[in-house]
Design a protein around this ligand. Structure first.
Ligand SMILES: CC(C)(COP(=O)(O)OP(=O)(O)OC[C@H]1O[C@@H](n2cnc3c(N)ncnc32)[C@H](O)[C@@H]1OP(=O)(O)O)[C@@H](O)C(=O)NCCC(=O)NCCS
Length: 171
């Protein structure tokens, strides 16, 4: 998908050469959740179809990293995954992050829709994420609900005090 036109940001699939820009966006948007460049490269190589950048001309305004996964199995922050499950039942949004200049245009909503469609084509039953930065309202607008489960509580607290697990049924 490539929808960029001049002065209108558009999403396109991420490439390894985007890494420096993606890392710069992450450092600006997520100073409290630092992750090594190797983590971005790891997800890109495991599931490139789920990694996009939001581009406006030559400027990267945001990115998303996502992959098929297992329900309620939250990857630890800044961790390399060895492989993806053979039979994923869940599609995991590792992150969507936009710098301020990229927000408010509906770009984030658009990529959530693209990712949800993609997850359905893979046969995933649910799509989920860990919401941080007070973003749960954004996700609720897209049909995600907060799930409280004792078995993931400790993992959530390794993200932040207010991190919550959010899930949407796809089928
Ligand atoms: C969350 C984020 C991706 C949303 O991007 P955005 O550009 O504002 O999203 P959109 O323009 O598609 O907004 C869609 C709707 O969600 C709303 N919204 C956006 N952020 C929101 C929030 N934190 N709480 C409640 N609603 C929010 C918008 O107001 C808009 O509402 P509308 O459709 O009624 O006008 C962006 O704010 C961001 O990158 N935040 C920092 C990183 C982050 O926290 N990512 C999520 C990690 S889990």
């Amino acid at each position: 998908m490539m929808t960029s036109v001049e002065n209108a940001p558009g999403w396109r699939l991420m490439e390894a050469s985007d890494l420096a820009s993606v890392s710069a966006v992450a450092a600006e948007v997520h100073p409290d959740f630092p992750e090594d460049d190797a983590v971005f490269l790891n997800r890109l190589s495991l599931h490139g179809q789920g990694a996009y950048v939001l581009e406006n001309g030559a400027t990267i305004l945001g990115y998303t990293i996502t992959h098929p996964w297992k329900s309620f199995d939250i990857p630890a922050l800044n961790t390399i995954l060895g492989s993806l499950p053979d039979r994923p039942d869940n599609y995991y949004i590792h992150d969507i992050a936009l710098v301020n200049a990229g927000r408010g245009s509906g770009a984030a909503s658009k990529i959530v829709s693209v990712l949800s469609d993609h997850a359905m084509t893979l046969g995933c039953e649910t799509i989920s994420l860990v919401a941080v930065n007070g973003s749960s309202g954004f996700w609720q607008k897209h049909g995600f609900e907060i799930v409280d489960r004792a078995d993931i509580e400790a993992k959530l607290r390794t993200y932040s005090d207010d991190a919550c697990f959010m899930l949407r049924q796809l089928r």
